[in-house]
Structure formats: structure tokens, C-alpha cells
Write a protein that binds this ligand. Structure first.
Ligand SMILES: [Zn+2]
Ligand SMILES: [Zn+2]
Length: 269
């Protein structure tokens, strides 16, 4: 888990993102605030990525995609192609990101004789249900539910007999069940609806209807037979002394391993 935060600024939590290392292949899930710093701490760099998977276009999941693109471009000296996958709209989003970067790209090409062209990108728009390979990692997709954000996509990665479900912001839904079925790890954005209801801000009450609660994530994990439940994107972000209480809530419904951690929490399977 590279980042375990949310849109709410947090000195210790980057935006929600995850890195999967499967054999020699590194795959990034989402690219929000702080993602390249956290990748570096996790022993990876944009130039090492086999692919970037984007779940949806809320800012906390894409705000640093430009940093991933630029760092990949500069550090590979324009010799490598970065593969980016996402739901319908990802091509337009990346095109607009490149438009934002246009000045910088021009400066660097003007300044460095070695650089002759801008970032080399291979962007793929996915439909729910699409599947594809990133090196020897099998990626399957399904629709998730985060209305009014649409489309949104969750991912399942399989490599060498190990499977992980990487689900972004979503209510419990059939797509999540399909992705997480029997998974060795199931990563889910979660909120605590009981605590959010106590926050006297109308705008924050709006998040109740498009996120999974901790209990719902645990119920999903149990229903589909996932082996590990990894909780991220916690709102409100718990201080360390509350981790046990969050885990205990989930454990009432799921008897597998439950992981709630700080940024850079690593699980080896
Ligand atoms: Zn979202
Ligand atoms: Zn989010």
C-alpha cells in the first residue's frame, strides 16, 4: 500500500495507491498525491513500471499521474513506453495531462540534446470485463459502483498462482465480488459510516452513499472467500491507537487476515 489516505490532506498518508511486484513486473494502481515519493520508498520508479492501472478519475486517484508520466519520460530518456490503462475517458485524460505538461516538455527538449520527443505513452481504454496481460501478469477487470462517478473499474491480477483484487472506491457490488472471489488479497477503499455520520459537515455526509464501510468490506471478503482483506483510503483516517478497533469491526464478519496500515505497509504472498 503506497498511500492509504483520501482527498483529505494528511501529513502521513499519501493518496490511495498500491504497487504490486509480481516477479520482475511492477504494476501501479492509481496515481494520486505523493505516489512517486512512495514508489521510490517501496523500491520502485516509474521507469520500472510494466503498467499503470487507473480505477477512476477522482482527483485523489490521478492527481500525480503527471508526475508518473514526466518521471518515466525523463528517467528512461524517452526510450521506453509507459502503458496506462483505465476506464473510458483515460485517453482524453492523458491527452489533457500532456497538454498541461506541454511547456515543460518543450523546455526539456530544448535544453537536452539527447531528448527529441515527448513522453512515449500507450494508453488503453478498458471496458468492464476486459482482460489482458502485462508481461506475465494476467489482468482482469470488472465494473465497480461509485455513482455519480462513471465508469469505474476494479482489477484482479494473477501471477504464478497468486491473485490480488485491487478495488478502488466502490459500494459493495457484483463486480467486486467477481474480482475478489478466492483472492489471496483483496484491497478495498473503506470509510467508517458510523464515524462519518458524526462529522458535522454536510459535504462529508455525501461520501456515505458511494463508499464501502469497513463492515461491508469484511462481509464482501467473507462472502467471496478472499484470504486477506487490506483496508485503505480510510475516512476518517484513524490514528494508530484506533487500528485495533477498525480491525475488530471487520473481524466480526471476516475471519481471514485483516490488514490496516500506514503508507508503505507491505504484504508478501
Ligand atoms: Zn472516488
Ligand atoms: Zn478516493
Amino acid at each position: 500500500m503506497l498511500g492509504t489516505g483520501s482527498p483529505i490532506p494528511d501529513a502521513n498518508r499519501a493518496a490511495p495507491a498500491a504497487l504490486v511486484k509480481a516477479g520482475d513486473t511492477h504494476i501501479l494502481l492509481d496515481a494520486g498525491r505523493g505516489v512517486v515519493m512512495r514508489m521510490t520508498a517501496a523500491g520502485s520508479l516509474p521507469g520500472m513500471l510494466g503498467g499503470v492501472l487507473i480505477t477512476h478519475f477522482h482527483s485523489d486517484h490521478i492527481a500525480a499521474l503527471n508526475d508518473v508520466i514526466t518521471t518515466h519520460w525523463v528517467m528512461t530518456q524517452e526510450n521506453a513506453t509507459l502503458k496506462i490503462f483505465g476506464p473510458e475517458g483515460i485517453v482524453e485524460l492523458v491527452d489533457r495531462t500532456l497538454a498541461m505538461l506541454e511547456f515543460d516538455i518543450g523546455y526539456r527538449i530544448a535544453h537536452h540534446d539527447e531528448m527529441t520527443k515527448g513522453p512515449q505513452l500507450d494508453v488503453t481504454e478498458l471496458k468492464p470485463g476486459d482482460s489482458f496481460m502485462i508481461n506475465d501478469v494476467m489482468v482482469t477487470t470488472a465494473a465497480t459502483e461509485h455513482p455519480p462517478v462513471s465508469p469505474t473499474i476494479g482489477y484482479r491480477l494473477e501471477h504464478d498462482g497468486v491473485s490480488v483484487a485491487l478495488v478502488g472506491d466502490t459500494n459493495p457490488c457484483e463486480g467486486v465480488d467477481v474480482l475478489a472471489a478466492g483472492a489471496d488479497a483483496y484491497l478495498q477503499s473503506v470509510i467508517r459510516k458510523d464515524l462519518v455520520r458524526q462529522i458535522p459537515m454536510e459535504m462529508i455526509q455525501d461520501i456515505l452513499d458511494y463508499h464501502s464501510d469497513v463492515v461491508e468490506a469484511a462481509q464482501t471478503a467473507a462472502r467471496v472467500g478472499a484470504k486477506r482483506l487490506m483496508l485503505t483510503h480510510m475516512v476518517p483516517a484513524p490514528p494508530a491507537e484506533q487500528y485495533d478497533a477498525w480491525i475488530a469491526l471487520a473481524a466480526e464478519h471476516f475471519d481471514g487476515e485483516i490488514i490496516l496500515g500506514d503508507d508503505l505497509t507491505t504484504v508478501s504472498i
